[in-house]
Design a protein around this ligand. Sequence first.
Ligand SMILES: Nc1ncnc2c1ncn2[C@@H]1O[C@H](COP(=O)(O)OP(=O)(O)O)[C@@H](O)[C@H]1O
Ligand SMILES: [Mg+2]
Length: 249
Amino acid sequence: MEYLIETEHLTKEFAGFVAVKDVSLKIRKGSIHALIGPNGAGKTTCFNLLTKFIKPSTGRIKYKGNDITHMPAADIARLGIVRSFQISAVFPRMSALQNVRVALQRRRGGSFDFWRSKAILDGFNARAEELLDDVGLKEYTHTLAKELPYGRKRALEIATTLALDPEMLLLDEPMAGMGQDDIVRVSRLIKQISKDRTVLMVEHNLNVVAELSDEITVLTRGQILATGSYEELSNDPKVQDAYLGAGHD
Ligand SMILES: Nc1ncnc2c1ncn2[C@@H]1O[C@H](COP(=O)(O)OP(=O)(O)O)[C@@H](O)[C@H]1O
Ligand SMILES: [Mg+2]
């Protein structure tokens, strides 16, 4: 299966305003695919459509060749398509370890009695510590989330997402608001994550996009302008015009 996700003519209208128009996106399995474009281009709306936060007006979404257009959001998450939430989704008064443990518990679902077993809770602890180590947060294991430096909070957010063991990870502006050190660290993390997963990310930092992406789709006014490698796109006059003309943010 070459493509993990394929959308066909995906369109989303908000009260007459077409935010996403006729988007046919193909995301290769195991790739890092970036969605770029000016503010208001429809990137976040595309994410919301893929994770079923919102329903498309028309068009289809296929996952591993199966039509998932009408599948409820909870089932999409269960399939392994998981969106990394904003920092606010991390519980500020819990430690990094507790946050990851809660995510692991959530993944298992099931009855609450189940969690009372100490052996199971200890099992979650071990896995949570492993995940924290993976994202470079070992030294912050017992730090409260609200006391973590900004970039480390994003790393924690990624760890809680990885706890769900997704096949596909959607990252909406993972580098937003980060300093250079954090950008380097989180870039490395995304690269590492992508070894056995597919990543779709919206990112404004073009250096990051150039370094990480296997494939890039440029969206303008809800439509796909071009798809290709960074080299291909940077030599495409259409893309140059869109970025210079529309005021890239
Ligand atoms: N729920 C909504 N209702 C009405 N308009 C919306 C809604 N969500 C997004 N839009 C509009 O759709 C367009 C695309 O938005 P968005 O997907 O957030 O763009 P991007 O993430 O590329 O900046 C914008 O013009 C935005 O105002
Ligand atoms: Mg957006």
